[in-house]
Design a protein around this ligand. Structure first.
Ligand code: NCD
Length: 302
């Protein structure tokens, strides 16, 4: 594997290999001394052209826990504001000795484009509405940890699927690993052409589910008129405790964050015992360590 752009096209063996590696590395995150020498002498640039909390920080920590040097590039305050192209920005960083680029960008396909132009590995940290492959992997790892396996599970992905790169990576990862996926949400926030069941009715979508992944209503990406109002959205598609208890009492609840509490998910679900959201975040560091390790040819005993 040279770059890591999407889960689409990866096979079960590729995914299982990365999940097993992440599982091995996950224990580093909870050790008192969080440092292994695996990537000592390697330099990683985080290129984030779009807002991020979890993804940027966990890539940074993943690199640092493995002793790599990590720099964080913010588009604002850089020469991007003077019109410098993405390629020029990245090739200048590689001239400084960077060994890998982690990139988030609002334009779908831009990490893939950069990967074609640069000799060093490029990792997609979320591109437009295309993919967010490390999130897809960490969601798989969270499910595997808590259910023991992914194959055969019923997974519902609820909400604004249309604008969600997380949903797309989840769909590819989950279906490749043999889960049965249903997407559920308002008709104009769903997608066609994926190997999933589709419904607009929340009860039909989540009844008996083993896992429910709730998505953020991405108001910044909507052009207007997609949902009638937040109150009506919550009334029809919000995950409340009463709905969870009556339709999918055994389900694990996940959300990639950031959450709109009281809109797509209620606080008593988010903060309750079935919520996996902080497990997702913790395993996200391990997954990013695994991807960096794989692409940068990690050495030494892990
Ligand atoms: C998501 C993203 O930016 O794609 N967040 C994340 O990385 N965990 C989802 C979102 O913005 O709603």
């Amino acid at each position: 594997m040279q770059d890591f752009i999407g889960l689409q096209g990866l096979g079960p063996d590729d995914l299982t290999g990365l999940l097993t590696l992440a599982d091995t590395l996950s224990d580093i995150v909870t050790r008192p001394i969080k440092k292994v020498p695996t990537l000592r002498g390697k330099a990683i640039a985080n290129l984030f052209f779009e807002a991020s909390t979890r993804t940027r920080n966990s890539f940074e920590l993943a690199g640092k826990y493995m002793s790599a040097d990590v720099i964080n590039f913010q588009a604002s305050g850089s020469s991007v504001e003077k019109g410098e192209t993405l390629y020029d920005t990245a090739s200048n960083l590689t001239a400084m000795g960077i060994d890998a680029v982690v990139m988030r960008h609002k334009v779908a396909g831009s990490p893939g484009l950069l990967a074609d132009l640069l000799e060093i590995p490029v990792i997609n940290a979320g591109d437009g509405m295309h993919e967010h492959p490390t999130q897809g992997l960490l969601d798989l790892l969270t499910i595997q940890r808590h259910r023991g396996h992914v194959a055969g599970l019923k997974v519902a992905i609820v909400g604004d699927v249309l604008h969600s790169r997380v949903a797309r990576s989840d769909i590819w990862g989950l279906t490749t690993m043999g889960a049965e996926v249903t997407i559920v949400g308002p008709p104009n926030l769903l997608v066609q052409g994926f190997p999933v069941d589709v419904t607009t009715d929340l009860e039909t979508g989540i009844r008996g589910a083993d896992v429910i992944q709730v998505l953020r209503l991405q108001r910044e990406r909507q052009t207007g008129g997609e949902v009638p109002s937040l109150r009506e959205y919550r009334e029809r598609w919000g995950l409340t405790l009463a709905r969870l208890d009556s339709w999918a009492p055994e389900a694990l609840v996940m959300h990639p964050g950031p959450q709109n509490r009281g809109v797509e998910i209620d606080s008593d679900v988010l903060d309750g015992p079935r919520s996996m959201v902080l497990d997702q975040v913790q395993l996200g560091v391990a997954v990013r360590m695994a991807v960096l390790y794989r692409l940068l040819g990690g050495h030494d005993d892990i």
